[in-house]
Design a protein. Sequence first.
Length: 121
Amino acid sequence: MEFLRENAEYFEKKAKEALKEKPRFVLYFTEQAIQLYMKYIIAKVVEDYPKTHNLRLLFQEFSKLEGGVMNFYEEYSDVIDLIEEAYITARYLGKDYSEKSARKALELIDRFKERFGKWLE
């Protein structure tokens, strides 16, 4: 399942690179990174991962392994909701997002890794 972490790291890198050119893709890449980081974490423990793109469901599954996950989800729910929306709209509707929203999305990755980084080792 190492490919999940590698893909998450790639999307994280692309999110940072997209900040100057296409903020909407920062949100899309951030959603992909968070989604794949959680699937990697879950797969490490249960040797499989949920076949869903729904971040709330992934956070709920992750919360079975780690206390405080849903507190993190609630604290950042506004940004999580935004990146979930961008998962569809950035690809299919061409909706643009502000640089401020893009920076909040990047911050979400940093906070996620600060809080749950031990699972990514």
